[in-house]
Design a protein around this ligand. Structure first.
Ligand SMILES: [Zn+2]
Length: 183
């Protein structure tokens, strides 16, 4: 099925040099509308590429080609500054207070679908905020991450556990100049 999707572009973004090597999942800790308001506020200095409501509706806040400000200080597969190479997808709500809804997971799969094969993603190319900023961030609830990565592995194939992970390409030096590290 196709979930409703609309766009509200956040001012909290740039430059237009995203590497799109994979996706990083979050929960926003707030409701859908509240989260969008916060992303549209330049003072918050935070954004995701995509926010997913409990009913599966998706709001695009930052184009894939541009850097969203979602990861902050972070490391994934030996590289820091995840904002440069992982697209940020967030579920509205708090996964410690309520589990991801079925439509949220289905909508995330639908969002991943056109990117997965085109960009050469695999289960080892997706993570949650907790994993890339251990001790600093706790989203997602580990039980909800297990549900999500299980659904991703079932849908796209591949092991649920990131055991064999291909190495990420190195970053061109020109892209490493003072990217925002909020959140
Ligand atoms: Zn997060």
């Amino acid at each position: 099925m196709a979930f409703r999707q609309f766009e509200r572009l956040s001012p909290n973004r740039g430059p237009a040099a995203h590497e799109r090597l994979g996706a990083l999942f979050h929960h926003s800790g707030r409701g859908f509308a509240e989260t969008i308001d916060r992303m549209l506020d330049p003072g918050s200095r935070v954004s995701y590429h995509c926010l997913i409501e409990a009913d599966g509706t998706r709001c695009t806040l930052v184009p894939d080609a541009e850097v969203a400000w979602h990861a902050g200080a972070s490391t994934f597969l030996g590289r820091d500054r995840c904002n440069d190479f992982l697209l940020g997808v967030s579920f509205a709500g708090d996964t410690y207070l309520s589990p991801l809804s079925g439509p949220q997971i289905a909508s995330a799969l639908e969002w991943l679908e056109p990117r997965w094969n085109a960009l050469g993603w695999e289960t080892g190319r997706v993570a949650d905020h907790r994993q890339v900023a251990p001790g600093r961030k706790r989203d997602l609830n580990p039980a909800e991450w297990d549900r999500l990565i299980g659904a991703i592995a079932a849908h796209f194939g591949g092991a649920a556990a990131p055991g064999s992970v291909s190495m990420l390409k190195s970053t061109p030096p020109s892209r490493r100049k003072n990217p925002p590290q909020t959140r």
